[in-house]
Design a binder for this molecule. Structure first.
Ligand SMILES: Cc1cc2nc3c(=O)[nH]c(=O)nc-3n(C[C@H](O)[C@H](O)[C@H](O)COP(=O)(O)O)c2cc1C
Length: 332
């Protein structure tokens, strides 16, 4: 199957202000196999030379750059930069409903202009040899019937798209905030499964509302890939089971405490490079979710990580407030 990377079986969703390079480096302490995504980056910014926005560390690979934009030549130019810099793939954002994105007439708006979306895809894919993929939803506003989703998928398929990420709910462009657009429109997984059976050689990744490894395993009996977003903010430790459970790597799953120790080591390295602790440590606020002491840990960390001169010791002090089960049974 062309245009498909093994890593796409499990991916960490693109999330603005979350999936920064530092977050991705944290992810890599727990999974070597999963596909990671950048935040959405405007193609315009890349074309105007703001390449610092797409800096990454080699440990983050495999890594997909998600692009926002609606001008085929700029999207293609940005894709070329991504390929030159060594990104594994580029992804077109055709699902984001935020006001800013709507004003720029890209994101979810592109679902209303399929000729433009396919023109963007085709110009990008002819500019690069890395895969160009599309992340979208099953509908937008009143365009929410099965027939609409079918025409969206078949149009993209005919244009050459071979990896599609479907957030299994529609977007409402007027009246709902981006946050509401991730909860209010109902999820419709069966629609995504139906499309997979109609397009067997389209690599289909499902996204939306998946929160556990067990759910990932179940989803993968219907589709090719799973993509998780908010669950990784709430509990990034979920990633520690991905390589063994999703990719079949024979290895002992690292305990939460072992992963946290690796994160402290990384924090130490980053601080010695002059990076303020909180840029990294904010991604660890949910690290002990559901474990006794988690609230005290979280409070201590958020109160202290932004203080002048804060370093990795703040993480160790916060960790001292957590009461992990003695036998490592917290691994899941
Ligand atoms: C804080 C935040 C920022 C997001 N930013 C992006 C983005 O830049 N590009 C994108 O395609 N989706 C973005 N999303 C949507 C997620 O990629 C994902 O589609 C959505 O959260 C549903 O998946 P989940 O239920 O696993 O979280 C964002 C979601 C969140 C919570």
């Amino acid at each position: 199957m062309p245009n498909v990377l093994l890593a796409d079986r499990f991916s960490a969703a693109p999330m603005v202000d979350v999936t920064t390079s530092l977050f991705r480096q944290l992810c890599r302490l727990m999974t070597k196999q999963a596909m990671l995504y950048t935040e959405m980056i405007a193609a315009d910014a890349i074309v105007h030379g703001k390449l610092h926005l797409i800096d990454y560390d080699d440990v983050e690979l495999p890594l997909t750059l998600q692009l926002g934009g609606n001008e085929p030549h700029k999207m293609a130019q940005a894709a070329r930069e991504a390929e030159r810099l060594g990104y594994s793939a580029v992804n077109i954002n055709a699902g984001c409903p935020s006001d800013k994105v709507q004003q720029g007439a890209f994101g979810a708006v592109l679902m209303k202009d399929l000729p433009l979306l396919t023109a963007i895809y085709q110009e990008m894919q002819s500019a690069v040899s890395i895969p160009v993929t599309v992340k979208t939803r099953i509908g937008v506003d009143d365009l929410d019937s099965f027939d609409f989703t079918f025409s969206l998928v078949s149009t993209l398929y005919e244009a050459g798209v071979r990896h599609l990420i479907l957030h299994a709910r529609k977007a409402w462009l007027n009246g709902l905030s981006p946050k509401e657009n991730r909860t209010v429109p109902p999820l419709d997984y069966p629609r995504v499964y139906a499309l997979k059976s109609m397009f067997p050689d389209l690599y289909l990744t499902i996204n939306g509302g998946i929160t556990t490894i067990e759910q990932c395993e179940e989803q993968l009996t219907h589709v090719d890939g799973v993509m998780l977003g908010r669950a990784l903010i709430d509990d990034p430790y979920l990633l520690a089971s991905v390589d063994s459970r999703i990719f079949g790597v024979r290895e002992q799953v690292k305990s939460r405490a072992e992963c946290f120790a690796a994160a402290v080591e990384l924090a130490d390295k980053l601080c010695s490079q002059g990076i303020a602790l909180h840029h990294f440590a904010r991604h660890l606020l949910g690290f002990f979710a559901g474990i006794p002491g988690a609230r005290a840990y979280r409070r201590y960390l958020s109160d202290n990580m932004t203080k002048l001169g804060a370093d990795a010791r703040v993480l160790e002090e916060a960790f001292a407030l957590v009461r992990l089960p003695a036998d490592g049974a917290e691994s899941k």
